[in-house]
Write a protein that binds this ligand. Sequence first.
Ligand SMILES: [Zn+2]
Ligand SMILES: [Zn+2]
Length: 450
Amino acid sequence: MPTTDAAGSRAPGTAAPAERCPGCRSALVVHERFPTWCPSCEWNLLPPEPAAEHRTPRQQRRAERAERREEALRRDVRARSEQVFKLVSEGGSDLQDGTTAAAYALAGVVHLVSLTLLLLGLGLVAGLLLPGWPGRIVGVILLAVAFQLRPRLGRPARDGVLTRAAAPTLYELVDRICEAVGAPKVDSIAVDGEWNASFGVLGLRRHRQLTIGMPLWTVLSPQQRVALLAHEVGHCVNGDHRRGLWTGSALNTLVEWYRLTVPDRTRLQEGPVGLIVTIAYALANRVLWVLNRAVRRLVLLMNRLWLRSGQAAEYRADLLSVRLTSVADTRGMLTALLHRPTFETVLHRQRTVPRRRPAAGRPAAPDLWQSLAEAVRTVPPLETERRLRVAGRLDSAVDSSHPPTHLRLRMLTAVPAEQHRHPVVLDSGRSALVEAELAGRRERIAVDLL
Ligand SMILES: [Zn+2]
Ligand SMILES: [Zn+2]
């Protein structure tokens, strides 16, 4: 019977025996590098769970309960995602509904709590509310907490930033895309080692930074790169409120609340302590646990309130990509996002094989980028399909900011294409210039990754 890595055990060159799906008896296609699964009945779609370490019955029950809760959440998010898909594909424009207003209000409550803590702390330290030193000590503690909870506006990355002078062709391309989608120009472009790309408006000065992940960029064709950039800068014009000053910083503060209230389970294992300390400790942990649960609920609620407008914004950004390139290019770009596992495999392989000594004058790095491009190019369609379905199945309930990829792909064709007025073309000449401008970063990132 085939297992998840059926291939490894078979001697190279031997023909695969005609394997049949144990679920529905249809013929299976076996591919050496990838798990065998059945597209008809989804047998073996998800790799088998690793055997759990020994658990007491109580731990077992708790784990099962947690798993059920998680699954219920996923189901809920899936149902809502389908709903948003339906609304957007039917041209629903009225997506600024009550939930968006509620999200703003919730953000307001979060900021109000921070402000109250700050004022209380100041009042206590100044001795206005409670005379004497105990009040002042409490005040200092409150100020420290208020400082932790301050609105965080993010900070533009300094590492890996390309200046306009160093990458004129890339900036010119991004400027053209910004103009085509009606967005203001970006202030800086950073290049990092992520399987991703992102856009942020950061800091008090609201610095507009575009970040390009070199690994993802490497496996895209020139027009898919344009589609990727169009999606990212499209976030400025697609009515995405999650990134706003008011709500974005509130969400960051909530995450900070969550971090601050995680109960500490380590202390008591360190050694014998007095009874009173033990009791106080258990009590404090209990209070933290309750707070932590409550904050988790708030984060989930915030995500739930954002889901509709956030996912609709993502679809709009994808449709901007289509407008500037084509359905095929945008589809190619979205599909590439699924291949992070291939990137991780290539990285792992390159890190573990004994490194060949770089020949004199030749950098060791290009190996990584060539292997990566080759590995992604040779992922068979059946494996791409598997990854697509797995993503749909396991989409995290907590980060539902992006619609599942299969829905994003479906949306590309569900909405009647507008006239392609001015598709932005990255011709081979300019593409080569951009690559030359990125060469330095490419090498640096390869060294950092390996
Ligand atoms: Zn089957
Ligand atoms: Zn996006």
